[in-house]
Ligand binder design. Structure first.
Ligand code: NAP
Ligand code: F7E
Length: 375
């Protein structure tokens, strides 16, 4: 039986990847951080009884800032595959905690690579590093002749998060070349799902849309509506993580849909998904969205009501304006074909958040959103 170790198993990608690997018959070990309240919501459905002899998911307390802890966990489970997904993954928050992000997202990767090498597992253990499209920084002239970022495009990170991840990218490549390790970077463009963290823009939008439709919230606030992202579904992307480690050679791969969409359009699509048409008025920080029509009899919404305002506090000190990736190498060489497009992603996220908010409505009959901080 193959053994996999996942750092960041409690996150969006970690939870889908754990599901996939368990389905494939792996024994899956995950690193979780000790927190003052439970942080395993996304994987609770996979974790039965730790004393059960057939329990194939095993959790270890750990942290990417603690080399001895990582070395001990890797020594204990001697994995065939390590997926390093653990990170402080919020770009805006990385401006507030730059040193911490450097330590976790940058040096954390080195700690895993070095532990594998020191334990003499470099021939046995394949390593996936969660690299990111934030490495490109959205610099227009760095796109290829077809207008995409690909495996050969130059990097120009625009946040402490991107800068930390560029260290992780290069140290992974360096260990591959220096020690002949099977260590690969997946350069993943944005991927979302019903399990996406609540302060990333897509989930913030689908949650707010559901709450406004159900009359639980009046309006919401966003930052840069002009930003464009290449959004895919996390389920498709974790499948590709696994494929990268099954390839014949260790290489770096871009995973993307090849389409890009504004934040504004994502808002429009989310409301349209539940039968609400919006009208956007104003420019820049004065832009607002209003309800134009509603063809869903379930929702009692006032036409002309303002439901979205731009708030500059959500802008980043340096923004990545546009990202669009070219997944040709992954399509051609690994046969990766995504099952979801943007419309089916929005559909999945909206139906999940409508269900969730109906539950909130039922429990509280008029709850309030606690997740509307400064990100
Ligand atoms: P996520 O939902 O934010 O999950 C991050 C995971 O890392 C969580 O399990 C978190 O634990 C854990 N973590 C945070 N700090 C840690 C530390 N000091 N030590 C150990 N674990 C730590 O992120 P995601 O969307 O699943 O992304 C997975 C990985 O892919 C991340 O490395 C991210 O940077 C990268 N990435 C994501 C995207 C995307 O669009 N989703 C695109 C490209 C790359 P807690 O649950 O305890 O917080
Ligand atoms: O922002 C704009 C914001 O926070 C997307 C991470 O998974 O993908 C993610 O990073 C865009 C940005 O994701 C709000 O300015 C507008 O242009 O959802 P996001 P991200 O920064 O692209 C990459 C690939 C990763 O690797 C990261 O780990 O949306 N935006 N208004 C907003 N963003 C947020 N969060 N909140 C707003 O109110």
């Amino acid at each position: 039986m193959k053994v996999a170790l996942i750092s960041g198993i409690t996150g969006q990608d970690g939870s889908y990847l754990a599901e996939l690997l368990l389905e494939k018959g792996y024994e899956v070990h995950g690193i979780k951080r000790r927190a003052s309240s439970l942080n395993t919501d996304r994987i609770d459905h996979l974790y039965q009884d730790p004393h059960h002899p057939n329990q194939k998911l095993k959790l270890h307390y750990g942290d990417l800032t603690d080399s001895m802890n990582l070395t001990r966990i890797i020594e204990e489970c001697r994995p065939d595959e390590i997926y390093n997904l653990g990170a402080m993954s919020h770009v805006k928050v990385s401006f507030d905690t730059p040193e911490y992000v450097g330590n976790v997202d940058g040096l954390g990767t080195l700690r895993i690579l070095e532990a594998v090498r020191l334990l003499g597992l470099e021939k046995k253990t394949r390593i996936y590093q969660a690299s990111t499209s934030e490495l490109y920084g959205g610099i227009p002239e760095n796109k290829n002749d077809n207008g995409f970022y690909d495996e050969n495009s130059p990097f120009y990170p625009r946040s402490p998060y991107g800068v930390a991840k560029i260290y992780a990218f290069w140290i992974t490549k360096n260990y591959r070349e220096a020690y002949n390790m099977f260590a690969c970077n997946g350069i993943l463009f944005n991927h979302e799902s019903p399990r996406r963290g609540e302060t990333f823009v897509t989930r913030k939008i689908t949650r707010a849309t559901a709450r406004i439709a159900l009359g639980l919230q009046e309006k919401f606030y966003l930052g840069n509506l002009e930003a464009k992202r290449d959004w895919g579904h996390a389920k498709d992307y974790v499948r590709m993580m696994w494929m990268i480690l099954q390839a014949e050679q260790p290489e770096d791969w871009v995973i993307a849909t090849g389409k890009t969409t504004t934040v504004r359009e994502f808002v429009r699509m989310s409301f349209a998904e539940v039968g609400i048409e919006l009208e956007f008025k104003g420019l820049g920080i004065n832009e607002k969205a209003y309800i134009k029509s509603c063809n869903n009899l379930e929702y009692q919404l006032e036409l002309g009501k303002e439901i979205l305002t731009v708030d500059p506090k959500y802008f980043r000190p340096t923004e990545v304006d546009l990202l669009i990736g070219d997944p040709t190498k992954a399509n051609t060489n690994l046969g990766w074909i995504p099952e979801h497009d943007l419309a089916s992603l929005v559909n999945d996220m909206m139906s999940s958040d409508i269900k969730l908010m109906k539950k909130h409505q039922y429990l509280k009959n008029g709850g309030y959103d606690t997740i509307n901080h400064f990100e």
